[in-house]
Design a protein around this ligand. Structure first.
Ligand SMILES: [Zn+2]
Length: 197
């Protein structure tokens, strides 16, 4: 367990956060070490389905809602143990940079530190598994693996890759061909490398 206590939002939002209190300015002020692109834009009003012609989504109870600022279409199927235990099976996720999203209800999320590099974020009211926030160094830093099932509309979405394929239980499999990645290949993405130049 890291210094980020289980169940506590590392940004300081949690039990005492009032709805609407999670403005971007207080958010970043509480997390001065974090780069701007690790944060989504936080908004005070609920995001309606299809708002501004963008792809949107929400949790089961609607306390948490979001909007993508850029179109997304790629869905990953993840067969690792954390995904299994968190979702009850394979997780279907969209990899997106936090800064390319808008969120309402961030303060209603529990940020559970499942490892030093991952925060499993779920609605504290209805329990919906919303996303995994990657806080590790390297290419994954600042990325969210957002649960594809929380989208309002699935038009144009494509299953494009399967991760941790060597961890997949035998009792299920997906039809068709797509990119597959082993655990070792996924781990490579978390390795910090010196910057060129
Ligand atoms: Zn909810």
């Amino acid at each position: 367990m890291t210094e980020e206590t289980e169940g506590k939002c590392p940004f300081g939002f949690g039990d005492d956060a009032e709805p609407g209190a999670d403005s971007p300015s207080t958010h970043s002020a509480l997390a001065p070490a974090m780069s701007r692109d690790m944060l989504p834009t936080l908004v005070k009003t609920s995001i309606e389905q299809g708002a501004d012609g963008q792809q949107t989504g929400r949790c089961l109870c609607g306390a948490v809602s979001y909007k993508f600022l850029k179109p997304v279409e790629k869905v990953f199927a993840n067969h690792d143990e954390n995904s299994r235990r968190w979702t009850g099976g394979v997780s279907l996720t969209i990899m997106v940079r936090a800064s390319s999203m808008e969120f309402h209800g961030w303060g209603r999320l529990v940020h559970y530190a499942s490892s030093a590099r991952d925060r499993q974020c779920f609605c504290r009211l209805c329990g919906t598994s919303m996303f995994v926030r990657h806080v590790a160094p390297a290419a994954m830093d600042g990325m969210l693996s957002l649960s594809a099932g929380t989208l309002d509309d699935f038009e144009g979405m494509k299953l494009t890759a399967e991760t941790y394929i060597d961890r997949k239980p035998d009792f299920y499999s997906f039809k068709g061909d797509r990119r597959v990645m082993t655990e070792a290949e996924v781990e490579e993405m978390y390795v910090e490398r010196p910057k060129a130049g």
